[in-house]
Design a protein around this ligand. Structure first.
Ligand SMILES: [Mn+2]
Length: 325
């Protein structure tokens, strides 16, 4: 399916107002793409709102939201409760960077709005929002920001520099600094953001991270093992808990070392669940390997979650899978 900017513009034009919503645990791509969409709506003279329930966010997102408040860039952010009285049957809901209702900021909004657009770059799940007016889910796209930029470019819309910086941060995070899923279109999208005044210094502030998280990732990388000459495995401790994004990031880092063709991180997500993330340069199909663990993804980028099993046992199973390759 091609991205149909004109159709999206038409649907927005026909609506009474637009509610823009992304996933829980808002990240810079979710926020950046939401802000891009917000300006797209403004440029077609449509009243738009960002639906954000969360009162706390990761530091980059919190900084971005704070800087928007301090500038004259007035962004209308509301909770579901505050929005209710503003909706009617011609209201439009634009869902960004997610396509599972259960993962959105507030799924109650789906009871109030029937007109829905979904734009996302995650691998399509068996749970998805049906009955949309328009849907574009393409896991080959680097980020949802890249998708929204394509719309902005096609409709000849310029955005404020502060928004451009946040969208650039979204692309940088989702591509791990232009190393994953990056195409000429990704660079063109970044180029559009620089033209719109994206600032490299502010970008660095948005990308700052907690030292604690870095140290937790290093803990796994320090114990990395190289198996059969080209596969890196890094395992967390049973009593250390990691977020999915962190597990993926560790695999990204391990892939960058000499000789490594594929990398795997195994670490605990919560008491019941262990996550595995696999990354490859393309010669080893990590999707096939993750499917053995009930997961999925792409040839170069895949993951699985395993319930009620120890990290050590999962590592042994992974080694057995390697032997079958
Ligand atoms: Mn994203």
């Amino acid at each position: 399916v091609e991205l149909d900017a004109k159709k999206i513009q038409r649907i927005i034009g026909d609506s009474f107002n637009v509610i823009i919503m992304a996933h829980k645990n808002l990240d810079l791509d979710a926020l950046g793409s939401s802000l891009g969409m917000y300006f797209l709506c403004k440029k077609v003279n449509k009243n738009a709102f960002l639906l954000i329930e969360e009162t706390t966010s990761e530091k980059g997102v919190a900084r971005a939201l704070k800087s928007l408040k301090e500038q004259q860039t007035k962004i209308n952010i509301k909770t579901f409760l505050e929005l209710q009285s503003l909706l009617n049957e011609k209201s439009l809901l634009v869902i960004l960077d997610v396509h599972r209702a259960s993962l959105t900021q507030n799924k109650d909004i789906f009871k109030m709005i029937n007109n829905i657009i979904v734009l996302d770059h995650h691998i399509k799940d068996s749970e998805y929002i049906d009955k949309t007016l328009y849907e574009y889910i393409d896991s080959n796209q680097s980020s949802t920001s890249e998708i929204v930029i394509e719309l902005l470019k096609e409709l000849d819309i310029y955005i404020p520099s502060s928004i451009a910086t946040i969208m650039l941060a979204g692309i940088v995070v989702d591509t791990n600094h232009f190393s994953l899923k990056t195409t000429s279109f990704t660079h063109e999208a970044a180029s559009y953001l620089y033209e719109n005044g994206a600032e490299i210094n502010e970008l660095q502030y948005l990308l700052k991270e907690d030292l604690d998280k870095y140290i937790m990732r290093q803990k796994i990388i320090n114990k990395l093992e190289i198996v059969s000459g080209n596969k890196a495995i890094g395992c967390g401790e049973e009593n250390d808990y990691y977020r999915n994004e962190e597990i993926a990031k560790i695999a990204d880092t391990m892939l960058s070392f000499n000789e490594v063709e594929a990398s795997f991180t195994i670490a605990r997500i919560n008491d019941e669940t262990v996550g595995i993330s696999g990354r490859s340069l393309g010669n080893i199909n990590v999707q096939k390997i993750m499917e053995k663990f009930g997961g999925g993804g792409h040839v170069t980028d895949a993951a699985a979650q395993i319930k009620e099993e120890s990290i050590d046992l999962i590592k042994q199973r992974l080694l057995e899978v390697f032997n079958q390759l």
